[in-house]
Design a protein around this ligand. Structure first.
Ligand code: ZN
Length: 397
């Protein structure tokens, strides 16, 4: 546990103080512990890692060392197998009131079975919709005496997270991890070479999950290179537009493959629970209202796919923008580390060809494209508009 939080001393101190208070240790500050917490921080900073470390510290049964890593509670917590730690991971774009009522509230109101604490971790708590948040107010305000609730939300400012919930919680800010910390993590846990790990740490802009995918998934590396190479293709006739076309197709295919099976399973399960395919008495009654339920499930599944596609394309655009940012650093002769050190020659070429005004304009075109994607403009339209602006900026005919 200590290693996980070593990079965030302020978080570690808060967690240790809270657990010492929870244990009633001599000299502990009794106010350091509270039942409901919200953990915020930039995307990829490791909020869920911190939440799991916190949970482990709470359930640890070693009397001398908090979160010892050796007791059975610690071992189960570290492998995600602890019965008193419940992790809520939203699947759709929203956490609905029904999920709060059927999963989160009962989990919070159960007594711990083997540890002193019951810990409920809610990932992406910013996806709680207004109804779900409302139904949780009472539980968050006054959880049972042996329950801790840890909500994680990606955000730079804690104010972004629902005020009604936030005002009932203590806040912990999880900062971005250092390059060195990410390198260590990838070398130790993912068996990456120090060189690959360093490249992943800087190109992911210190996003742990993304850095990890970069070293482990060839498709992520390929997509990063594809996005960066768009900057070169802009100078070659229609090639950038064609490349965008195939990028979008590849992403759609990947998403279809990722969700096909899951969508199908969820639909079958719902149909079964509604009595589809069943025979005999009572069947008619149980299928009432089912069309609406199926429609809702399918709408949710569609939203999940759209969100996943937007996330992937957004990451590609972050990569794309960074090559122009690198070009700017080189043009200004700034002593900044490059985000894509392995594409330095391309960054130099861009700096030579366009100069500052074109580089600024290109980054603004990319920013606009990201905004339009989030506003549900079709990807093709958003990308083509962006490429058009960049071509103009670099005076490509
Ligand atoms: Zn322990």
């Amino acid at each position: 546990m200590a290693e996980v939080l070593a990079d965030m001393p302020r978080v570690r101190d808060a967690v240790f103080a809270a657990v010492a208070a929870a244990r009633g240790e001599d000299g502990a500050d009794a106010h350091a512990m509270t039942h409901s917490w919200v953990l915020t921080g930039p995307p990829g900073a490791g909020r869920s890692v911190a939440a799991r470390a916190f949970a482990q510290a709470l359930v640890c049964s070693d009397s001398a060392e908090i979160g010892c890593g050796r007791c059975q509670n610690c071992i189960d917590a570290a492998t995600g197998a602890h019965t008193d730690i419940v992790q809520i991971i939203p699947q759709g774009s929203e956490i609905l009131a029904a999920q709060a009522r059927d999963h989160i509230i009962p989990a919070a109101h159960s007594l711990p079975t083997v540890a002193q604490w019951r810990v409920v971790i809610i990932e992406d708590a910013d996806r709680l919709n207004a109804h779900a948040a409302n139904s949780l107010l009472k539980t968050i305000e006054e959880p049972p005496a042996s329950t801790a609730i840890l909500m994680c939300a990606p955000s730079l400012a804690p104010d972004d997270f629902m005020p009604t919930l936030r005002s009932r919680c203590r806040h912990l800010y999880i900062p971005s991890p250092s390059t060195q910390h990410i390198v260590q993590l990838l070398v130790d846990e993912d068996k990456a070479t120090p060189q690959d790990a360093h490249l992943a740490a800087v190109t992911s802009l210190h996003h742990i999950g993304r850095a990890r995918r970069l070293v482990n998934m060839p498709s992520m590396q390929a997509r990063r290179a594809q996005a960066i190479n768009l900057a070169e293709l802009v100078f070659h006739g229609d090639q950038a537009f064609q490349a965008v076309n195939s990028l979008l197709k590849a992403v759609d295919k990947e998403i279809a493959e990722t969700y096909e099976e899951q969508d199908e399973k969820e639909l079958r399960k719902l149909e079964e629970s509604l009595g589809y395919g069943a025979k005999g008495k009572g069947v008619h009654k149980s299928t009432r209202g089912s069309a609406g339920d199926i429609k809702e499930l399918q709408a949710n599944q569609k939203r999940r796919r759209t969100r996943a596609r937007t996330d992937i394309l957004d990451l590609a655009l972050v990569d794309f923008a960074a090559i122009y940012r690198d070009a700017m650093m080189l043009a200004a002769e700034a002593e900044e580390e490059l985000v894509h050190p392995d594409f330095e020659p391309l960054a130099r070429e861009l700096a030579d060809k366009g100069g500052m005004p074109a580089l600024v304009e290109a980054q603004d075109a990319i920013r606009q494209c990201r905004e339009r994607l989030r506003a549900n403009v079709t990807p093709q339209l958003a990308f083509d508009g962006m490429l058009g602006r960049i071509r103009l900026a670099f005076k490509v005919r």
